[in-house]
Design a protein around this ligand. Structure first.
Ligand code: ADP
Ligand code: F6P
Length: 322
């Protein structure tokens, strides 16, 4: 393989640039030319494709977002558009692809790879940590650390005023950001889509925390449960004057400089992607981490693994909130 393309797709995640950099520099060691494709699959459709080299990725490992930019591209769900994408990359002689994105991006990559027999490697770039085949996704560690910084600050002011704060975090249908930030930030309550909650239990916890002498209550709410505004409404009527505030962290948690863990993970994933593509007949695979080792797996096999949820960590969180 002499020419490969790299793109970032779906929601950006801290560490995507470190992954692009690793792909470019490892490919250069193998005399493989790399083409950057802008704005995810949209760039394959409109031909936003250009040669990138080692200097293009200089001074990027520490940057959040994605230098190749990203997009959601509904057209790519249709075969006629994927055909157009194939024609566009073929015009540049691109023989293999690295796709950095989440499960949606991987589905697009799988369809594309199968239809046109183009080897494609997926690097799991999403803050949500919602891909079951890998212990962690790229950007998750940074996002949780960002949430933690916010939780610490919010805790200071809630304690000063003896208040309750609902902090809404991202994650789509996955509660991992909430659980990890909840454990590490000492949240009193963690509400996630994987575990149905009972509002009466939340109220009991808040009231009992007061009796125990706690001076603030932090509720970490995963966005997949409901909005912080709706939860506040539900709580307010039954809290007998206890003040409740809300913070929706939003995009703060998706941007920012990637953590050491995300930079190293990205670098290892990029290296593996190039190693697999170099073989030429590697099909469509996704890269991840299991038990602190880098793994790769057939994309169909990986996407078929049902979502898992770390019940033990959640149980520990509940015990630690006492
Ligand atoms: P993520 O990759 O972060 O999960 P999305 O779910 O938005 O983000 O998917 C990113 C892009 O991947 C979509 O805009 C679309 O171009 C492509 N995609 C998503 N799902 C599919 C699918 N089922 N088939 C083909 N392409 C898909
Ligand atoms: O998938 C990453 C993510 O940040 C989710 O946590 C969130 O629900 C979604 O993307 C937001 O996407 P958008 O920026 O397109 O609204």
């Amino acid at each position: 393989m002499r020419k490969i393309g790299v793109l970032t797709s779906g929601g950006d995640a801290p560490g995507m640039n470190a992954a692009i950099r690793a792909v470019v520099r490892c490919a250069s060691c193998e005399d493989i030319d790399v083409y950057g494709i802008e704005c995810g699959y949209s760039g394959m459709l409109d031909g936003s494709i250009f040669r990138i080299d080692n200097r293009f990725v200089s001074d990027t490992i520490q940057k959040g977002g994605t230098i190749l930019r990203t997009a959601r591209c509904p057209e790519f769900l249709q075969k006629e558009f994927r055909q157009k994408a194939f024609e566009n990359i073929s015009a540049y002689g691109i023989e293999g692809l690295v796709v950095i994105g989440g499960d949606g991006s991987f589905k697009g990559m799988r369809d594309f790879s199968r239809e046109f027999n183009v080897p494609c490697m997926g690097i799991p770039g999403t803050i949500d940590n919602d891909l079951a085949y890998t212990d962690f996704t790229l950007g998750f560690d940074t996002a949780v650390n960002t949430v933690l910084g916010a939780v610490n600050n919010i805790r200071d002011t809630m304690t000063s005023h003896n208040r309750v704060c609902i902090i809404e975090v991202m994650g789509r249908k996955c509660g991992d950001i909430a659980v990890y930030a909840g454990v590490a930030g000492g949240a009193e309550v963690i509400l996630i889509p994987e575990i149905p909650y009972n509002i009466e239990d939340v109220i009991k916890t808040i009231k009992y925390d007061r009796i125990k002498g706690k001076q603030s209550v932090i509720i970490i709410l995963a966005e997949g449960v409901c909005s912080c505004g709706d939860l506040k409404e539900e709580l307010m009527n039954k809290l007998d004057g206890i003040q409740v505030r809300t913070v929706k962290l939003g995009y703060i948690q998706r941007g920012g400089t990637p953590s050491m863990a995300d930079r190293v993970f990205a670098s290892r994933c990029g290296a593996r992607a190039v190693e697999l593509l170099k073989k030429g007949d590697s099909g469509c695979r996704v890269i991840g981490t299991k038990d602190n080792k880098i793994i790769d797996m057939d994309v169909d096999e990986a996407l078929a693994i049902p979502s898992t949820f770390d019940k033990e960590l959640y149980r520990i969180a509940t015990m630690l909130a006492k």
